[in-house]
Each structure stands twice: as structure tokens, then as C-alpha cells.
Design a protein around this ligand. Structure first.
Ligand SMILES: Cc1cc2nc3c(=O)[nH]c(=O)nc-3n(C[C@H](O)[C@H](O)[C@H](O)COP(=O)(O)OP(=O)(O)OC[C@H]3O[C@@H](n4cnc5c(N)ncnc54)[C@H](O)[C@@H]3O)c2cc1C
Length: 389
């Protein structure tokens, strides 16, 4: 996948995309499809182990409370993911369904239902008795109701991005391993210290973005430490597989737990979606904490009793790169017309990769006059108060 092709002499790239996570990879692919010569650069490789896109799986769902913009983007992106999955040798999208569980009818659930009705999108409301019959492996005694989206499910994150980049390279794009740094020279980026030039340079550097643009973004992006665990289901028990259990999110009071069925025999995955302490993507400690294990163990005992005593099979520590409220950043640099900034996936960006990449490509290609207002740099505050979930 790396450096398989060289740009023909005298024909440098028209666009350079820095960062081959889900946002950069889809941006590069959309620009390539628009006929541009594109160089996609990453200092550690596509969807690498330190990147936010480097995890095993990511959920796709369209329940977003009142934030209809993400409901629509999730739907629009789903077809692109399905297309990529259909062309791959192993599935990249498992249509396991996405199930939200609620302890009461609150604002988030009410708004989700209203948005889906307005947009005429499918969403099933399920009462506790139905939940208990349909998914007996979930202890639903304290659940009031569920919202189910059968068309959604799990994306195999790392593999999906790597497949996308492999297709990009096979179709003529260039992918190169190099460390990028912004240059003071117009239309230039330093790759391992050497200046490369292009009409447009997109920085899609996930949790590293503020390191590259500290003055501009240092106070507007909040990188947080997030822990995930996998649990081995009981041998021979198929009730935790993707045919039997959907991806799920459990909103109980202020806390949101979420997880995945046992995809590709890797284990049942679960996490608490609470923002952790500040985290450095280069040097942060990626070992699971004892307190995190205890929290997840207690949750398992309450919600998935058959897994309460099962061993953890794997842990992963990753990072969210949050904007103040959870909205993405997809905009032009305020002082450099040829430089573009993309990131702030905020713990929910993966599923939107195809649409986020299209929005960025449209901006680069001049197909849009300006950014989507919510994704503008000017809309990014310096207070860390999440509203998008
Ligand atoms: C624990 C966890 C759970 C999540 N769950 C979900 C979910 O269920 N559903 C969902 O939709 N989203 C989810 N997300 C969010 C989603 O994973 C991220 O929003 C998304 O992956 C961000 O992609 P990105 O391309 O912006 O960043 P990244 O994937 O981090 O990519 C940035 C890339 O830039 C490269 N780079 C950085 N600096 C340089 C440089 N100077 N030179 C060259 N290359 C550079 C890096 O190596 C990296 O590959 C979750 C995130 C986490 C951490």
C-alpha cells in the first residue's frame, strides 16, 4: 500500500492530504475521484495503532438527538461503507443493527424520534417486554424502552481505512509514509523536512492536529484518554455474536455505555463513553487502568450477567479528539487560502468518514463557497462542554 507508485516527473500532486485516518483517506479518495493527482501522507501509516481510526470496530447509527445534521450524514455515508465492504474480500460492515437503551423518555430520545419522523427515516421504538423477549442476554429490568436501527451496525475500522487506501493507490493515488510539518512558504508542506508543493494541502491529523497548529487550535481541541475492553463470551454460546446481538448504547442517567457483539471472534467489546483525562497521542500511557476494569466489570454484572465472570480478552486505550461541543472541524485555514483543516471527530466521527471527506473535497474543489457553518473554525469555542452525542 505504501509508495507503490511514484508521481510522474514534472507532474507533482495537485492536492496533498496529511493524515490517512478515516477523514484524510476519504478526502483523498474523493479528490482522486474528481480527477486530482493526490498524495496522501501519514507518518505512521493508514489507520495505525496510535490513530483514532486504528481500532478494531466503530459503530454506525443515525440516532443523534436533535442533531439532524449527523443523522443525515450517517445515512448518506452508509451506502459508501456498504459499497466499500462489498468490494472487499472480508466484510467491512456488519449490519448487526444499532440499539439504544434508555432508562426514561428524556430529551435525547424524544429528539431522536422527532428527527427520524421529520426526515421519514426508519427507527423502531421497542418496549421493555419486547426487549426482554428479543434479547434475553441483556438484563433489561431497569430499561424503559429501546430505539432500534436495523440498517446500521459495526464498521471494521482499521481494515476499512486500509482497504480504502489500498483502492486509492490501485486507482492512481499515491500514499507515502512521512512526517509532515506546515511550511511558511505558500503552497508548501515539509515532508521529512523537504518542501513539497501542491495547489491545496489538507491537514487531517486527528489528535495531532493541534500539535501542528498550536496557536490556532491549541485551546479549541481537547484530546482525551478513552479505554475499551473485550470480553471472551462463554465457549459455544452464540448469543453474543452479530447475528444474535446488535451494537448497543445504554444511556443510564448521565452515563453512556456502549459496545459491540463478538465480531469476527475478537470478543464482546464494551466501553464507557465518558471523556477521560487529557492525553498525548504520541506518548500517552496505553495500558488499561484498574479502575476502568472495575467499572466495566460492574456494568457487565448488571447488564450482561452471562459475561459477568468471563475473562477480559483484550484492552485498548485510544483517544477522542474533541471540539468543545462535539462538532467536526472542516474548514479552510483563516490566513492561508490553500491550507485546509479537518478533524475533531469527537468520539463519533468514524461513521461519517465518507460524507466528511466529501464536504472537505467540495471545499478544496471550490464546489462550496464556505464551510458547513457548524464545521467552521469560527464555530469552535474554547470551552469543553459536549452537546453532540
Ligand atoms: C475509543 C473510541 C471509540 C470510538 N467509537 C466510535 C464509534 O463507535 N463510531 C464512530 O463513528 N466514531 C467513533 N470514534 C471516533 C472516530 O474513531 C474518530 O472520530 C475518527 O477515527 C477520527 O479520524 P481522523 O482521521 O480524524 O483521525 P486519525 O484516525 O487519528 O488519523 C489522523 C492521522 O494523521 C496522521 N498524522 C498526524 N500527524 C501527522 C504528521 N505530522 N505527519 C503525517 N501524518 C500525521 C496520524 O498518523 C493518523 O494516522 C471513536 C473513537 C475512539 C477513540
Amino acid at each position: 500500500m505504501n509508495e507503490r507508485r511514484q508521481m510522474p516527473p514534472g507532474r507533482g500532486p495537485e492536492a496533498i492530504v496529511v493524515g490517512a485516518g478515516v477523514f484524510g483517506a476519504w478526502t483523498a479518495e474523493h479528490l482522486r475521484q474528481a480527477g486530482k493527482r493526490v498524495l496522501l501522507v501519514d507518518h505512521l501509516g493508514a489507520a495505525n495503532a496510535l490513530a483514532s481510526s486504528g481500532c478494531e470496530s466503530r459503530m454506525t447509527r443515525s440516532a443523534y438527538g436533535r442533531d439532524a445534521i449527523y443523522t443525515q450524514m450517517a445515512h448518506a455515508s452508509l451506502a459508501a461503507w456498504q459499497g466499500l465492504s462489498d468490494r472487499a474480500s472480508l466484510p467491512l460492515f456488519h449490519r448487526a443493527g444499532a440499539l439504544f437503551l434508555f432508562d426514561r423518555m428524556g430529551e435525547y430520545a424524544r429528539d431522536t424520534i422527532a428527527v427520524h419522523r421529520e426526515l421519514n427515516l426508519p427507527l423502531k421504538e421497542l418496549d421493555r417486554a419486547f426487549l426482554a423477549r428479543r434479547w434475553p442476554q441483556i438484563d433489561s429490568r431497569d430499561i424503559a424502552f429501546g430505539l432500534h436501527e436495523p440498517a446500521f451496525g459495526a464498521l471494521m475500522a482499521r481494515r476499512a481505512v486500509q482497504e480504502l487506501v489500498a483502492g486509492f493507490v490501485a486507482a492512481g493515488g499515491i500514499h507515502r509514509i512521512a512526517h509532515a510539518a506546515p511550511s511558511d512558504e505558500a503552497h508548501a508542506v515539509l515532508l521529512d523536512g523537504e518542501a513539497y508543493h501542491a495547489d491545496a494541502i489538507v491537514y487531517a491529523c486527528g489528535p495531532w492536529l493541534a500539535k501542528l497548529f498550536p496557536d490556532l487550535l491549541g485551546s479549541r481541541l481537547f484530546v482525551t484518554r478513552q479505554e475499551i475492553a473485550f470480553v471472551a463470551p462463554p465457549p459455544g454460546d452464540r448469543s453474543f455474536g452479530p447475528g444474535a446481538l446488535p451494537c448497543w448504547a445504554d444511556l443510564q442517567g448521565e452515563d453512556l455505555y456502549y459496545g459491540f457483539p463478538d465480531l469476527e471472534a475478537r470478543g464482546f467489546k464494551l466501553a464507557l463513553d465518558r471523556h477521560g483525562p487529557p492525553f498525548d497521542p504520541d506518548n500517552g500511557d496505553r495500558r488499561m487502568s484498574a479502575a476502568g476494569m472495575e467499572t466495566l466489570r460492574a456494568y457487565l454484572a448488571r447488564r450482561f450477567p452471562a459475561l459477568a465472570e468471563r475473562p477480559f480478552s483484550e484492552f485498548r486505550v485510544c483517544q477522542y479528539e474533541n471540539s468543545g461541543n462535539g462538532d467536526f472541524l472542516i474548514d479552510r485555514h483563516p490566513e492561508r487560502a490553500e491550507v485546509f483543516l479537518m478533524g475533531a471527530g469527537s468520539g463519533h466521527g468514524f461513521k461519517h468518514g465518507p460524507e466528511a471527506g466529501r464536504l472537505m473535497a467540495d471545499l478544496v474543489l471550490g464546489r462550496r463557497a464556505g464551510p458547513e457553518p457548524r464545521f467552521a473554525l469560527a464555530a469552535k469555542g474554547d470551552a469543553h462542554r459536549r452537546t453532540v452525542m
